[in-house]
Design a protein around this ligand. Structure first.
Ligand SMILES: [Zn+2]
Length: 414
């Protein structure tokens, strides 16, 4: 049995929690009843003062940063305003408008262990699942003798570290997970019956990577900086078709209109492809021996032969492995914030992230690069959403030409 830890919430036995009724404002200690919704775990309480039911989210994942309380049908909602649309509204719809989907669950490694920690990595955002999974490495290190149960969507099950003893794989498309899993509550409660002590991991959403060996997840050796100048310059564009590089205000505005009226985005993808090609040409003019690749989700439009096209609409496990190897040999990965840059930046030497202005507050959430500070400053570039091929290629060429001097300076003996 583990002693109490600040990174774990005891679910069984559960001592209750201090809560405030959103209806009458009465502070009270309450046991409540757990509801395992999917992304969220919620406790349902009955107010000791006014007798009305109300709900609180348990502090795991993003609910730790943005806790919410509400009453039936989601009224009397108390939550940070910026988290409502993407985090809490889908939860309320799931609880009160029955939007949840039933998942086929594959369970591997169930044992007769008496105690267990549950790490819930279910999320509809790829990067969120990935960063919650980092907790698995820490939990195995801190509590190696306690059985660990990881809940993960099928699309990212390949990232579960080998030393996790029990894994539940949910066969639901990633984007559907925001609707909730209808059969999760029954399944978890049934599993808990066979356990004496159960803790819930707080599933921190962006742990300090200096203490975590991400290789346990992606199983790939990252770029070796000591070989930066001896390897052929390799640059990989990490692309998506719903997060686009749009360096003019008019194009960005038209894209928002097209999205609002659910019009085809093919034209915008084609325009993105065009500026990738222009950037690649500029890089090749300065660095004729460079190798260029495109990776990521999508396959719209043909790219010229000098850009090796590794994009996939529905990547297989083999594709994911191939991408990891490609990122790990890339001097630079170039992508738009939100185009799944976590894995690429965890493996490449450097990156150029194109930042939409409305994402400025989310700076660095999309980056998993671990480098000494001067290297990070030189090899990690953020450029404005309106940066065009001229500026992006200028950064890329400069990084490749001049990092060897930075490296040599920084690694000289004193
Ligand atoms: Zn009350």
């Amino acid at each position: 049995m583990v002693a109490s830890h600040e990174d774990l919430i005891p679910l069984k036995p559960w001592g209750g929690t201090d809560v405030t009724c959103p209806l009458c404002g009465t502070e009270q200690s309450s046991h409540g009843e757990f509801i395992f919704q999917g992304i969220h775990i919620v406790a349902k309480h009955t107010c000791l003062q006014c007798g009305q039911p109300f709900y609180t989210t348990l502090p795991t994942g993003h609910d730790m940063l943005y806790p919410a309380t509400f009453t039936e049908q989601g009224s009397h909602l108390n939550c940070e305003q910026s988290a409502i649309s993407w985090l809490i509204e889908p939860l309320l719809e799931s609880l009160f408008r029955e939007t949840a989907v039933t998942a086929s669950i594959t369970k591997k490694g169930q044992s007769t262990a008496e105690d267990a920690i549950i790490l819930n990595c279910l999320d509809n955002v790829y990067g969120h699942v990935f960063t919650k999974m980092w907790n698995a490495v820490v939990l195995r290190r801190k509590h190696p003798d306690v059985h660990l149960i990881v809940l993960v969507p099928r699309a990212l099950a390949w990232l579960v570290p080998d030393d996790v003893p029990e894994v539940w794989v949910f066969d639901v498309p990633l984007k559907e997970l925001r609707r909730g899993i209808a059969n999760l509550d029954t399944e978890i409660k049934s599993r808990m019956e066979s356990l004496t002590n159960v803790w819930l991991s707080k599933a921190y959403t962006h742990l300090d990577l200096e203490t975590i060996d991400l290789k346990k997840l992606h199983r790939t050796e990252p770029f070796d900086l000591s070989r930066f100048s001896s390897l052929k310059p390799t640059i990989t564009f990490v692309l998506r078709e719903d997060r686009l590089w749009q360096p003019t205000r008019l194009e960005y505005f038209l894209f928002l209109v097209a999205t609002k009226f659910k019009l085809s985005r093919s034209l915008f993808v084609w325009m993105q492809n065009r500026r990738v090609v222009r950037t690649a040409r500029k890089i090749l003019r300065a660095l004729p021996n460079a190798e260029l690749f495109a990776a990521g989700l999508g396959a719209t439009g043909k790219l010229p032969a000098f850009i090796h096209d590794r994009r996939k609409r529905e990547p297989t496990l083999t594709d994911e492995t191939t991408w990891c190897q490609l990122y790990a040999r890339s001097h630079i990965v170039i992508g738009i914030h939100g185009s799944n840059m976590l894995l690429p930046t965890a493996l490449s030497a450097g990156f150029i992230a194109i930042m939409p202005r409305h994402k400025i507050r989310h700076m660095a959430e999309d980056i998993a690069m671990v480098k000494p500070s001067r290297f990070l400053l030189f090899l990690g570039r953020h450029v404005d959403q309106y940066a065009g091929p001229d500026l992006v290629s200028r950064h890329a060429v400069s990084m490749i030409r001049y990092f060897p001097y930075v490296y040599k300076n920084a690694t000289q003996g004193i």
